[in-house]
Design a binder for this molecule. Structure first.
Ligand code: ADP
Length: 490
């Protein structure tokens, strides 16, 4: 099958969040199964020079955006069985930032979507499936269906669109988007492109794509409700027979405590002894008191409201009254930077916070901590809790979205579980669950070891998820029966 992924970020080239991990890991897995997989992302100024030097120029052309004509180059790099294409426009992507700031996001990513569709005949690739991700490539299925599908080259293409986070929709003025993409007035009704008086790239994708997926079965259910639906729940309910939840995998080669070059000592589920050295090294690196007996709680992720940080804010005094250490790595909202900076100076030697993007340190935190806290308000899938489990760090999570699908709270009666969880979005519920985890950490080493071992031996590979995507690709092409999302997958 010929499959094109379109996305705004992808590891190892550029990453701000889990989307990049998903695209960068899923594409090679599908390629290894014999499919012709290609990926298109923007050629940002952030992409490291050593990749740029290896790129080969494929073609260049002009993209018409309203009255403007903009240069577009397509550069390529073949690696890991995948052809990676980079959409080159210094004007739109040669900037000091990846997202936001310029006020012309609709034009940048409108250009990106138009350039992708226009480039396909020129690079000689006619995909069977275009699998687009998140709002930045949301106009790919919409433009293709509205303006290209009558052309024989495009008429056979089927579209899958994956929501990685419903909160980010790409909402702009209708006039601005019309000016760039030339979509006539008759398209701006509620059943098509209009959305609460605005243009909305994500909604456009959800209306025009053939199938919708999101990154966990629970999130697929949740986003059909008003609480989680971000004002698109009505549309998602209307499309519920084409809305599937497929849980993400991990790059299990990169995240492997048995071979990880970033960490102080290697270890496995069978012999976890190296984890103690990782803990001591982390305490030393971050200036924490070096003490093997105090549990370290880790947090790695965007410092955004989504991640439940206001719960931590609410009980941080109570939490630090316990015998714990807290390590935070993340970038984001200044109120959380302030919170954790304050905590670091208030609880010297017991709290460490770093506000940078540092993948090596992230690995050392996953390996060196005892517990990993992720009390998200909502969580489409969440990779961090899976990475933590792979490193024998016991997750404490709120039961939502992908956290609910990957972490099962320890049940002292049946012995089931691989972590700890709470349901209500409530700071004291979270605190009680942390205290419950600490009780096992200190007083029941056998249970703790069992939870670590279960986490470390879980299957986080992409194989099962890749098989589900392939089933959907085949189904949407009419090559195999398409199961209804309400039926359980095999
Ligand atoms: P989201 O996609 O909502 O940001 P996920 O848990 O799905 O959250 O994925 C986040 C990914 O980004 C994880 O691999 C996590 O380790 C990584 N990450 C987040 N912030 C940082 C940071 N400051 N430094 C290094 N890695 C980070």
């Amino acid at each position: 099958m010929k499959i094109l992924f379109t996305a705004s970020e992808c590891v190892p080239f550029v990453k701000t969040g889990g989307l990049a991990d998903v695209v960068g890991a899923l594409a090679p897995v599908l390629a290894r199964q014999g499919h012709d997989v290609r990926v298109m992302i923007p050629l940002y100024a952030h992409i490291p020079q050593h990749y740029v030097e290896k790129m080969e120029h494929v073609v260049d052309f002009e993209v018409q955006l309203g009255w403007r004509r903009q240069y577009c180059g397509i550069e390529k790099l073949v690696d890991n069985g995948v052809t990676w294409y980079f959409v080159d426009s210094k004007f739109y992507f040669g900037r000091s930032y990846i997202y936001g700031m310029g006020g012309d996001e609709y034009e940048r990513f409108g250009f990106f979507c138009r350039a992708i569709l226009n480039s396909l005949p020129l690079i000689g690739f006619q995909p069977d499936i275009i699998h687009s991700h998140d709002w930045q490539s949301g106009m790919v299925p919409a433009l293709c269906k509205i303006q290209y599908a009558h052309l024989p080259f495009y008429s056979g293409i089927r579209h899958i669109f994956t929501i990685h986070n419903l909160q980010y929709q790409g909402i702009f003025g209708i006039k601005e988007v019309q000016d760039v993409l030339g979509l006539g007035d008759s398209l701006w009704t509620n059943d098509k492109l209009e959305c609460f008086g605005c243009a909305n790239f994500l909604k456009a994708a959800l209306v025009y794509t053939d199938l919708i997926t999101t990154v966990s079965p629970s999130y697929a259910e949740e986003i059909q409700t008003a609480y989680y639906g971000e004002r698109l729940d009505g549309l998602l309910r209307a499309r519920k027979h084409q809305l599937y939840g497929v849980i993400n995998g991990l790059d299990v080669v990169d995240y492997n405590p048995a071979t990880d070059p970033h960490i102080a000592a290697d270890y496995t589920a069978e012999d976890i002894s190296g984890k103690a050295a990782c803990k001591a090294a982390l305490q030393k690196e971050l200036g924490l008191d070096i003490d093997p007996d105090v549990p370290i709680i880790g947090m790695v992720g965007r410092l955004s409201n989504q991640k439940g940080l206001d719960l931590v804010d609410y009980i941080i005094g109570d939490l630090m009254a316990e015998n714990v250490q807290l390590v935070v790595l993340g970038m984001g909202e200044s109120r959380y930077v302030n919170l954790f900076s304050w905590a670091e100076s208030e609880y010297k030697g017991r709290v460490a916070a770093r506000f940078t993007m540092d993948s090596g340190l992230a690995h050392r935190i996953y390996a060196g901590c005892d517990m990993f806290l992720m009390p998200s308000q909502f969580e489409p899938c969440g990779l961090s809790q899976m990475i933590a489990m792979r490193y024998g760090t016991v997750p404490i999570v709120r039961e939502t979205g992908g956290l609910r699908d990957t972490v099962l709270s320890y049940n002292e009666y049946t012995g089931d579980g691989n972590g700890f969880s709470f349901f209500n979005y409530n700071a004291h519920d979270m605190l009680h669950v942390i205290q419950r985890a600490m009780k096992y950490y200190h007083a029941d080493k056998e249970v703790w070891r069992l939870l670590q071992k279960r986490g470390m031996s879980g299957d986080y590979t992409w194989d099962a998820s890749a098989a589900k995507y392939l089933e959907l690709y085949r189904g949407v092409r009419g090559e195999a029966p398409l199961r209804d999302p309400s039926e359980p997958a095999d």
